[in-house]
Design a protein around this ligand. Sequence first.
Ligand code: PLP
Length: 214
Amino acid sequence: MTDAATRLAVVRAEIARAAKSARRDPGEITLVAVSKRRSVEEIEALIDAGQRDFGESRVQEAKEKWPALRPLYPDVRLHMIGRLQSNKASEAAALFDFVHSLDRISLLDALATAPTHPPAFVQVNIGEEARKGGVALAELGSFLDAVRATQIPLAGLMAIPPHGLEPGPFFAFLNELARRHGVAGLSMGMSSDYPAAVMLGATMVRVGTALFED
Ligand SMILES: *Cc1c(COP(=O)(O)O)cnc(C)c1O
């Protein structure tokens, strides 16, 4: 196996192990390979190994790498996981299959008026951090109502727990918020904590380093 294939097999096995320990079907969990700052060659090695979902955090970078790859691999799905400027919303909606970072009304308005409407996860400021993106907890209900009033399919909730704290309680809390608000998907978990996220209900994990570096 190539290094990329080995790393992919390890991450998939970890997801399956975590899912089984929580009595979940591993097939419910989508692994999104976060390919920001990775070269087209590194990406193709993972595609060759069988990976199909990829995440990018910047529209400009995605535009430089993916238009050449897309026609070669029509079953690849692209996920926008980073902060999205409203003036790039139309471009992002055309380029990506999912948006994980819908976090404010101005962006919702921009996406709603775009010609295409990829499903979107609402990013929640789960740790109530002043400097982090995401909808405030107190505003989540009204924000979800606003999303539901548009043509944008609501894919679920997304969050990034505060740096340096045990992530488990934040994953459990995001799961509880999704249940309370009748939302199905949960985009949570990165290289350092995706097994915990899977045990606590993640339906999409966003993994970069563990897939691209030894
Ligand atoms: C970079 C990034 C990831 C992946 O992080 P790793 O620690 O490399 O797995 C996941 N989610 C978001 C929003 C990111 O920006």
